[in-house]
Ligand binder design. Structure first.
Ligand code: TXA
Ligand code: MG
Length: 342
């Protein structure tokens, strides 16, 4: 057990420079520090230092074959990690970076071998969060950063989530308040003729198509028999403490499922949109919010809130799979043991 230093940053643009310098010094000296990005909190380490990267895998209990995303502050730094950029990828970088889009590109050997888990490609992104940006500029090295959760649990969208999972296992945590988007970045493979979505996320398919036209989707996202091109997508993920069922349909339909399970003596916690939550009767009901963006931002807090002392099972509303709903439903389907549709 080690001591985890926690810095509290004010949620404005005049961040505590001393804290950022201290955190950056830990990172450049090979230690692990968690920090906020616009999607979820990341657990950072020097992407050029194999021993530092090992500490990430250890702290998270992450399978060794699951590669990490290298985070950089600028396009110039991104170009230093890759072996060229196809024209469509450059368009996407210019349009969406900094932002929640991760580019899988041929790697050039700059990062440590365990960042890419031995693949010939590297995932790189430029986060759009003032703390992440300032930290990366202060370090001036690429920082590998998976989501800062214990492997298998929902990603952290608050510093409290990180603290619960990793306190005592990492060197530092920069608390910069809740993150914005609430789901991870979109991972897009840019090694083929057309870009292919490997993981839906903060930048939607519709947004990508508007810039580059045709966009492919890894068949493994819809067909369970295919092997995903993003190794992380094959693992069970985002799991709450108790079983979760995903239910499509009206509030009435969801209520029917709730009633049936309660009649068997199960204590049910519901996660739903505000509109649905207001109509539901269960042991506990939590509204994730009104619009899809708000629902997305609250999703992982929702999955983490229910405790097995109070609830035996979660029943969660299914959402339309368009726009950001594609990423939300990708995560919910992974978290759920059963998906009930009409
Ligand atoms: O929003 C995010 O992307 C957050 C924040 C912290 O930046 N990070 C994040 O990292 O979600 P992680 O490690 O939890 O997920 C990275 C995903 C995994 O599914 C991994 O397998 C995939 O990206 N990935 C990484 N490198 C890859 C590569 N070279 N080829 C294919 N997939 C890759
Ligand atoms: Mg993750």
């Amino acid at each position: 057990m080690r001591q985890t230093k926690r810095w509290y940053l004010k949620n404005d643009t005049t961040y505590n420079q001393e804290a950022l310098i201290e955190a950056a010094n830990l990172l450049t000296s090979g230690e692990t520090v968690a920090f906020p990005t616009e999607t979820v909190y990341g657990l950072g380490a020097d992407a050029t230092n194999e021993t530092a990267i090992m500490k990430i895998f250890q702290a998270k209990g992450r399978p060794q074959d699951n590669p990490l995303i290298a985070h950089v502050a600028t396009k110039e730094q991104l170009l230093k990690l890759v072996d060229g950029l196809p024209a469509y990828a450059e368009k996407l970088v210019d349009q969406f970076s900094p932002g929640p889009l991760t580019f899988v590109l041929p790697e050039n050997g700059t990062c440590a071998a365990n960042v890419t888990a031995g693949l010939s490609t590297i995932a790189v992104r430029i986060p759009d969060h003032p703390v992440a940006q300032q930290l990366l500029k202060q370090c001036n090295i690429p920082i590998a950063a998976p989501s800062a959760n214990i492997s298998g649990k929902p990603s952290p969208t608050t510093a409290g989530h990180v603290w619960t999972d990793l306190q005592g296992k990492i060197s530092g945590l920069i608390d910069g308040g809740p993150t914005g988007v609430g789901v991870e970045s979109t991972v897009i493979d840019c090694t083929q003729d057309i870009p292919t979505i490997l993981r839906p996320g903060g930048i939607t398919r519709e947004q990508l198509e508007a810039v580059v036209g045709r966009v492919g989707v890894d068949p493994a996202l819809t067909n369970k028999t295919d092997r995903p091109k993003a190794p992380g997508m094959k693992y069970k993920h985002y799991s709450p403490e108790m079983p979760m069922w995903l239910v499509a349909g009206s509030a009435r339909k969801i209520q029917e499922v709730v009633d049936k399970e309660r009649s068997k003596g199960q204590r049910i916690g519901v996660l739903a949109s505000l509109e649905t939550a207001e109509k539901i009767n269960a042991d506990e009901v939590m509204s994730l919010g009104k619009e899809m963006d708000e629902i997305t931002a609250n999703l992982y807090t929702g999955l983490r809130t229910y405790k097995s002392n109070d609830i035996d099972m979660i029943i969660c509303e299914a959402f339309p799979e368009t726009g950001i709903g594609e990423a939300v439903m990708n995560r919910l389907k992974k978290a759920a043991s059963i998906y009930i549709r009409d």
